[in-house]
Ligand binder design. Structure first.
Ligand code: 13P
Length: 255
């Protein structure tokens, strides 16, 4: 049985006090999860020690970072290494979010190195892919996403892939209120799984969770998570309100 995951990406939001209150409310409201269902919370770096301490009281909610640097240590002012995240007891790291690619000029080559750093330090990677609107309008999204996966991930071994989760986030659906239809999500997720199967075989492809991200809310989560190849979600805006995030977790529990 493939893992199902709902992950919160807080992006650059919330004070420490607001973050602590939100994690408290999520932990208080979360239902019992089966072993194959996981909730992940990715706050800004500065929240991490606080969030990790709060989550130590639960078994089924895990801390993540939103990024890490591609070198292990040194004179890189302002950066945070995968080893530091591990030392803070972070379990997951998001790599290749479209906002990192777009605003911080992160290239596929950098993302491949970040992935290596994360895996070498025992972190699980949530690797993001997804096309801009111009690519969707030209109907070339399958080739675009395939190239992102090949360039960012396909240097990994099959064994390393067991520590990788993929998040498909079409850029035109992020923060826009315009979600992909369940048919668009399923088509792309099936394509991603076929690309994984061609490279790593059907067992690895079947075991890799593929999350959907982009304007996912309690009102559309159940329909998205009912798709055969959608294994949960990476949630931005709706992860900042406990009631909304708990509603999305509920959709995963029932999926
Ligand atoms: O980018 C996202 C999560 O990483 C999605 O953001 P929204 O849920 O706000 O559209």
């Amino acid at each position: 049985m493939r893992r199902k995951i709902v992950a919160a990406n807080w992006k650059m939001n919330l004070s420490l006090a607001e973050g602590a209150a939100l994690v408290n409310d999520i932990c208080a409201g979360i239902p019992r999860l089966a072993d194959d269902r996981k909730v992940v919370i990715a706050p800004p770096f500065i929240h991490i020690p606080q969030t990790v301490a709060q989550l130590a009281k639960t078994d089924h909610v895990h801390a993540a970072a939103q990024n890490c640097y591609q070198e292990s240590a040194g004179a890189y002012t302002g950066e945070v290494s995968a080893g530091m995240l591990k030392s803070a007891e972070v379990e997951y790291v998001i790599i290749g979010h479209s906002e990192r690619r777009q605003y911080f000029a992160e290239t596929d080559e950098m993302l491949a190195r970040k992935t290596d750093q994360a895996l070498a330090n025992g972190l699980q990677v949530i690797f993001c892919c997804g096309e801009p609107l111009s690519v969707r309008d030209a109907d070339t999204q399958n080739a675009f996403v395939e190239a992102q996966l090949k360039d960012g991930l396909f240097h990994l071994t099959a064994a390393q892939m067991s520590n990788v989760v993929i998040a498909y986030e079409p850029i035109w659906a992020i923060g826009t209120g315009r979600t992909a239809s369940s048919e668009q999500a399923q088509d792309m997720h099936a394509h991603i799984r076929a690309v994984l199967a061609a490279k790593y075989g059907s067992e690895v492809a079947a075991a890799t969770p593929i999350l959907y991200g982009g304007s996912c809310k309690p009102s559309n989560a159940a329909e998205l998570f009912a798709c055969a190849d959608v294994d949960g979600g990476l949630i931005g805006g709706a992860s900042l309100k406990a009631a909304e995030f708990l509603g999305i977790i509920d959709a995963m529990v029932k999926a």
